[in-house]
Design a protein around this ligand. Sequence first.
Ligand SMILES: Nc1ncnc2c1ncn2[C@@H]1O[C@H](COP(=O)(O)OP(=O)(O)OP(=O)(O)O)[C@@H](O)[C@H]1O
Length: 249
Amino acid sequence: MGTVLSFRNLTLGYDRHPAVHHLDGEVAEGDLLAVCGPNGAGKSTLLKGIAGVLSPLTGRIEGHVPAREIAYLPQAAEVDRSFPIDVYDLVAMGLWRRAGLFGAISRADRARIEAAIAAVGLEGFETRPIGTLSGGQMQRTLFARLLLQDARLILLDEPFTALDAGTMADLTALVTRWNGEGRTVIAVLHDFDLVRDHFPRTLLLAREAVAWGATGEVLTADNLAAARRMCEAWDEAAPTCPPVAGAAA
Ligand SMILES: Nc1ncnc2c1ncn2[C@@H]1O[C@H](COP(=O)(O)OP(=O)(O)OP(=O)(O)O)[C@@H](O)[C@H]1O
């Protein structure tokens, strides 16, 4: 099995202040990886780095998947719900990377869009402006768009936050299905029970990797306590980390 991503002494941050630092490791093709850690641990920052939204301060991410094969679902709070678009058109955007911005939507594409909307249980919502959807309906819409993106690497930032049990179960089943199709999924999650039940591998972050491996070995009381301590001790105003001796910048 190949490698999808390699982190090489990776430091990511904002205004030269590191938020995740000196991360090393690899994500294997077909991984179903949870990224866990306290608030402010750098989880969203790491996903932004992988998605290419944020450039490394030092070190690098070696991606072995073309950018068009990466799908990224940001935290719900970052999605602009005021954009005047309906459910159908938002889901159809999942085809853009393949069809092109102004590519005509074929009859087969229309069938795929309708199938994706049906797969997330949103039949009848096609013409609803997204600003009128509930949080759970919006998340289902975004998952339908992901279905059409047909990506090899799927990045999900807190995809199940504030969802009811039924919606969470439906969307978790989709994630499991994607992984069963050989796609690599990396998800930021706070629900440890859900991680233990559905994500075989976990990266525990506290600005740096506390532990990374089999979920049962990572989510231990000791590791979680260490992560909390490390985040509490973090200096928000820390200057950019000096590069580690011998590491590539
Ligand atoms: N756009 C930004 N500009 C400046 N600092 C930022 C920005 N986004 C995040 N940060 C800082 O980077 C650090 C890591 O934030 P990040 O959002 O990656 O954490 P997180 O682990 O996803 O947290 P949470 O669980 O609360 O969502 C925090 O100290 C945060 O304040």
